[in-house]
Write a new protein. Structure first.
Length: 230
């Protein structure tokens, strides 16, 4: 990837929205960067690993997987370049990656250490504003979900659960678990759980098997919670 194509890729990220090519070149030129390459199937990071760098996916596809402690419930998603891996875990009380990451194909990563990222944020109001917007959107996602599920709709509860565990720009989202574990998790009878899945399937939101729920459209799933999707 040439420097120009890399910059053009980065300029499509929400973090760099509104930043000109020349300004981005200047920022990158004055910041300590590390470039990493991963081969198909290579392990990139583990859930629970300290988030010490902000990691930009500048080419390729990354598979993220979140599991519960018993490993009986898993949520997997794919990030396609350009993307950022868990940007909201660089700061705050919990700075551990929530998901493990594996390269699907050849993946190139540009990463910036936290101590170098802070002066970068301070150097440009647009860059800082974009990052704050990402943090705020992720924080508000939880509020939106909690308010939506007060109606008692099982569809909304399922949507909120999956949305909360995935990034806005992810696709190929799969929830892997036995159905009995899921309807126990949601505190409902199997018949109610299957009826909710059938209704969401009829609306083109997801497909399911006895061991998987595969999201066809995260945007449509988000629409279950809000009239205005992502």
């Amino acid at each position: 990837m040439t420097p120009r194509s890399m910059y053009e890729n980065l300029m499509t990220l929400p973090l760099f929205k509104g930043v000109s090519y020349s300004r981005l070149s200047e920022i990158v030129g004055n910041t300590r960067l590390a470039f990493l390459k991963y081969l198909p199937g290579e392990h990139m990071l583990s859930a629970g690993e300290p988030c010490t760098h902000i990691k930009f996916v500048i080419s390729g596809h990354v598979r993220l997987t979140i599991c519960n402690e018993s490993d009986r419930v898993k949520v997997s998603q794919t990030l396609s370049s350009p993307a950022v891996i868990s940007p909201d875990f660089l700061f705050g009380r919990n700075t551990l990656y929530p998901a493990s990451a594996t390269a699907i194909d050849t993946v190139s990563i540009m990463q910036i250490e936290k101590k170098d990222f802070i002066p970068l944020l301070q150097s440009d109001d647009v860059f800082l504003f974009n990052y704050l917007n990402i943090l705020s959107s992720n924080a508000q996602k939880a509020v939106d979900g909690v308010l939506a599920i007060t109606s008692g709709s099982l569809e909304e509860r399922i949507a909120f659960w999956i949305i909360a565990l995935t990034q806005i720009d992810s696709d190929d989202i799969v929830l892997s678990a036995k159905q009995r574990d899921l309807y126990s998790l949601f505190g409902v009878q199997r018949s109610s759980f299957i009826a909710a899945l059938d209704g969401m399937k009829a609306h083109g939101i997801l497909d399911y098997t006895p061991t998987e729920i595969r999201v066809r459209s995260r945007r449509a799933l988000r629409g279950v919670l809000l009239k205005t999707p992502d």
